[in-house]
Design a binder for this molecule. Structure first.
Ligand code: FES
Length: 106
C-alpha cells in the first residue's frame, strides 16, 4: 500500500515509511487523511505542518506522512506524533501540538 509522504514540500509516494524511520531515526508525524478527518479540517492542516517543519528546520528529523483512517473518526480530526495520538486538532491548536510533540528535537 502506497502512502503519501510530504518531504521538502514535495509529495512522495512510498511503500514503507517505517524503513525511512529506522534508517534515519526520524520522528513520524502522521496526519489522518481518511474521509472524515479530511473533510473536517485536516486538508487545511497539511500546509501548516509543512510550514512548521520548514520554519523549525526539522526536515531531517521528522517524517510527515498522510495515512488512511485511524479508526477514531468520532474524536477526529486526528494526528499522531510518534505513538501519541492528538484528537480534535484544528488550525488554532496545531502549532501548540507540534511544539509539544517535537519539543525534544530542537
Ligand atoms: S477518518 Fe480519521 S480517524 Fe477515521
Amino acid at each position: 500500500m502506497l502512502r503519501v509522504c510530504f518531504y521538502h514540500n514535495k509529495n512522495i509516494y512510498i511503500n514503507c515509511p517505517e524503513t525511512i524511520l529506522i534508517m534515519f531515526k526520524k520522528r513520524k508525524i502522521t496526519l489522518c487523511l481518511g474521509s472524515s478527518c479530511f473533510a473536517r479540517g485536516n486538508q487545511e492542516i497539511i500546509p501548516l505542518i509543512k510550514k512548521y517543519i520548514s520554519r523549525k528546520c526539522l526536515e531531517d528529523k521528522v517524517l510527515f506522512i498522510g495515512d488512511h483512517c485511524m479508526s477514531n473518526c468520532s474524536q477526529g480530526p486526528n494526528l499522531c506524533i510518534g505513538d501519541k495520538l492528538f484528537e480534535k486538532i484544528d488550525k488554532d491548536s496545531i502549532e501548540k501540538i507540534l511544539d509539544e510533540g517535537l519539543k525534544d528535537l530542537d
